[in-house]
Design a protein around this ligand. Structure first.
Ligand SMILES: [Zn+2]
Length: 204
């Protein structure tokens, strides 16, 4: 079936599968490095990736995708501000992207810094944007950094889902927003909420 004839939710599901297939190739050291030459063709990316700026979390590499496949916004701590939101909005509204994946990762320095400063104010948005995740994740067993990383990706995805233009698209199943966690050691992407929008048990 041609991509053009698919509904937005089918395109999003297909895009997510392509990314996860690419990640599986990357993990087993079988990357095929598709479309790795310059291209001036009109772009039609598979997905928006909002990831941490950490040098070890390189979206095109970890998903084994080529030029033109990913519309990438990177911010240390994988949160976003108005400028980043406008970038994402461009991809969704103008380029027709139906999938946004928000990627946190273990051992995140931005999350560690946020935990050190919490709840001090005036520290700056990079750190303070992670505070809601700290509030959500604190208490109970488990590593505070990893719990916050998971909560942060979920909260950022939920916040994006409520943004102007996006909320209606999410409700109409024209836009899928998926939080995920990247594992530094294995290179594996773990979805923190399945494509139907259900959050995995124990992550809230
Ligand atoms: Zn990080």
């Amino acid at each position: 079936m041609a991509t053009e004839s698919l509904s937005p939710s089918e395109r999003a599901a297909r895009a997510l599968k392509q990314l996860l297939d690419g990640n599986a190739r990357y993990v087993r050291n079988a990357a095929i490095h598709p479309a790795s030459r310059p291209s001036a063709a009109p772009q039609s990316p598979l997905a928006v990736v909002l990831s941490c700026s950490d040098s070890r979390v390189a979206p095109e590499l970890i998903f084994d995708q080529g030029v033109g496949a990913l519309f990438v916004v990177r911010v240390a701590g994988n949160t976003y501000d108005r400028l980043a939101c406008e970038s994402i909005r461009f991809a969704v509204m103008k380029l027709g992207v139906a999938l946004i994946i928000v990627i946190g990762h273990d051992s995140c320095g931005a999350v560690s810094a946020a935990l050190e400063h919490y709840p001090a104010t005036g520290v700056g948005p990079l750190v303070e944007n992670i505070y809601p995740a700290i509030s959500a994740a604190k208490g109970g067993p488990g590593d505070p950094i990893d719990k916050t990383v998971r909560a942060n990706a979920i909260i950022v995805a939920e916040r994006l889902a409520g943004e102007a233009d996006f909320a209606a698209k999410v409700a109409a199943r024209e836009l899928m927003i998926v939080p995920a966690r990247y594992a530094m050691d294995s290179g594996e992407i773990e979805l923190l909420r399945n494509p139907e929008g259900r959050t995995h048990a124990g992550l809230r």
